[in-house]
Design a protein around this ligand. Sequence first.
Ligand SMILES: *Cc1c(COP(=O)(O)O)cnc(C)c1O
Length: 229
Amino acid sequence: MTCDNLQTIEKNIAQAAVQSGRTTQSVQLVAVSKRKDIEVIKQAVSCGQRVFGENYLQEAELKITTLKNKNLCWHFIGHLQSNKARLAAELFDVIETVDRIKIARALDRHATAQNKELRIFVQVNIGREKQKHGVLPEDAENLLKLINQETQLKILGLMGMPPHTSDPGASRSYFRDIKKLSNQLAQKKVFADNNDVQLSMGMSADYTIAIEEGATLVRVGTALFGRRE
Ligand SMILES: *Cc1c(COP(=O)(O)O)cnc(C)c1O
């Protein structure tokens, strides 16, 4: 990883944001560092990157505790089991993959015990894929309402992943669907800030398309750090 990679991605993000009539600052880069070692993360930090995404708790624990004094922001983007909620709530600033009330309750219980305000995204299974996690679009309203009723978790917005494809353009309609769903849900006042709903969508292959369709966070790994083992 070099600072050049980061600069190129930042430039692409800025371009896509401006092209779609938004400010550069309205889109945040989450650097996905899963299966990359800590030296690579340190390098990215030295180039100015502060927000990182990790998928696996065990792997993330060492990185996060080692880099504690660097004042970074860590997003959990993997699948979370309830029995791991305590560690996840302790380590991470933002959990992007809340998709059922049970995990929300568990995260809330542990965050409260740790006196921590935990921010979350609700993950939506926008392509209705059997093998993917996430709440189905038609069940999202109910889940967000329950989370608000039963927990102190701060719901920033929605996170989603289109079905895997070799054609990045095919993702566009799914990004559009997530955006549309977030607009509908914002009218029901279910987010922490209904005038500024966050959308985490877009990865290495399609982040500029996601930004054109309203992404406020893009999760980029390969394009930044190279291929994973
Ligand atoms: C691995 C991963 C990414 C990054 O994917 P790249 O294609 O390497 O950019 C983004 N989001 C999630 C949820 C991931 O698991």
